[in-house]
Design a protein around this ligand. Structure first.
Ligand code: AMP
Ligand code: MG
Length: 424
């Protein structure tokens, strides 16, 4: 669905083919080369969660609609408050309940009992909490330590008529659903969901539910990716498992490109004898094969197939997940139209163990982040870090991000950690 020319269309002659691309440069190139989907749809409010606002939402009303009481208490005019150290007595001349028609006037130097949310009567500017006054019959005794305007919620103090309260490009959260509901809006315009076509490659790969020969392995990549894409609200077109066969791959890529906004494949991008993705893609043009200075995940392919954004991820399950979150997710967020994102922050934690690391490449280890008894963030790796050890991802609650320039980490060294919460 996208026919733009990639930022670096140089196909297999890319200058980096025999060199290695820094991870941050790969990310930059990928994000620069994709464009947001342009279509949108109007959805009922409950369906907007996790979708991206197509346009700014402008408030049609004031919220709150009228100036009202924030507590159960007594509406007064602050002119009737006594000087500090003194007390005053005010007669109660009526009660105002929430949801009842307003238009009541506060008689001079008297008070009206008022409930939380009830409109403030004309002539009143302050509400005294009922716990802060002494009541005897229909008279309250008031001390001098009150401020004009206390416990009053002003009309429009949350949102004002004509104010842009949600920005285009914001991912809709439960709070935003509440904001829209408080504006009385039943529907909202959101970007069209991107469609991503997905397949696994490899003669040894078998789907769950199939008979698996001893030499075979079950396909996990398609399931992790489908789950990760589903969380993003992306429509997944599952094209199954494609054997290591040029004709089958070519045919699958053509199908994948049809009616999709992006294609993701796993496996076959390395330099093994059955890694055909490269040869097949050479025929369609604008795909670059990168050796990215990242572990796990060194070989990845990126570009376009029949004009559609293409990500050829490695085969190893951990490499798939790491390259997905590092390179594909930021691109997908842009394709989804997200410009204002909920944070997936990183923090600095103390490594409790030694982590062997080569300088000159980014290493993403799987970590368990926790608070020490002294309330310090500490992190340890999940153990074996091989790119095929998917349990390391499942055990982890954070990535330990070791940048290019960093060498071996010693116990007690600070490291950058990215918690999975907010990321996946
Ligand atoms: P490849 O890059 O195709 O050589 O694959 C690298 C490794 O990842 C091999 O050991 C594959 O068996 C494994 N692998 C490839 N695809 C999958 C998959 N879909 N699920 C689980 N493992 C895979
Ligand atoms: Mg393979």
């Amino acid at each position: 669905m996208q026919n733009e020319t990639p930022a670096h269309e140089s196909s297999c002659t890319d200058r980096n083919e025999f060199g290695t691309l820094r991870a941050d440069e790969a990310l930059q190139r990928i994000v620069a080369a994709v464009k947001p989907v342009t279509g949108y749809e109007q959805v009922p409010l409950p369906d907007a969660l996790g979708r991206v606002f197509h346009a700014a939402v402008v408030s049609p009303i004031d919220v709150p609609a009228h100036t009202n009481s924030a507590v159960d208490g007594y509406a007064i005019n602050a002119d009737d408050l006594p000087a500090s150290g003194r007390t005053a007595e005010l007669r109660i001349t009526g009660t105002i309940l929430a949801g009842k028609p307003s238009g009541v006037r506060l008689p001079t130097s008297q008070t009206l009992r008022i409930m939380t949310g009830a409109p403030l009567p004309e002539g009143a500017d302050t509400v005294l909490m009922q716990e802060h006054v002494e009541r005897q019959g229909d008279v309250i005794r008031v001390g001098g330590r009150h401020k004009r305007g206390e416990n009053v919620r002003k009309a429009g103090e949350d949102m004002q008529t004509g104010e842009a309260v949600l920005n285009a490009g914001k991912l809709c959260t439960p709070a935003d659903i509440g904001v829209l509901a408080s504006l009385g809006l039943c529907e909202v315009k959101v970007r069209r969901r991107p469609r991503v076509a997905l397949f696994s490659t490899g003669d040894e790969i078998h789907d769950i539910g199939e008979l698996r020969p001893k030499s075979g392995i079950f396909d996990s990549n398609r399931y992790t990716l489908t789950a990760a894409l589903g969380r993003l609200g992306i429509e997944v077109r599952d094209l199954g498992i494609i054997p290591d066969d040029k004709t089958a791959l070519l045919e699958a890529l053509s199908r994948a490109a049809h009616h999709s906004d992006a294609i993701i494949t796993t496996g076959g991008v390395s330099v093994g004898e059955a890694d055909y993705i490269k040869a097949v893609l050479a025929q369609t043009g604008s795909v670059q094969f990168w050796k990215v200075a990242i572990k796990p995940g060194r070989p990845i392919a990126f570009g376009r197939v029949h004009g559609i954004t293409f990500f050829g991820l490695p085969g190893n399950p951990v490499a798939v997940m790491v390259t997905f979150y590092r390179f594909v997710l930021p691109a997908l967020e842009k394709i989804m139209g997200i410009t204002e994102k909920t944070l997936a922050p990183t923090l600095t934690a103390i490594s409790t163990g030694r982590i062997r690391k080569k300088a000159g490449r980014t290493e993403i280890q799987r970590g368990i982040l926790y608070r020490s008894e002294q309330s310090l963030w500490q992190v340890r790796t999940t153990g074996k870090q091989g790119s095929g050890i998917l349990r390391s991802m499942s055990l982890a609650n954070a990535f330990i991000i070791l940048p290019d320039e960093c060498g071996t980490v010693e116990p007690g060294d600070p490291v950058t950690v990215q918690p999975f919460a907010g990321l996946m």
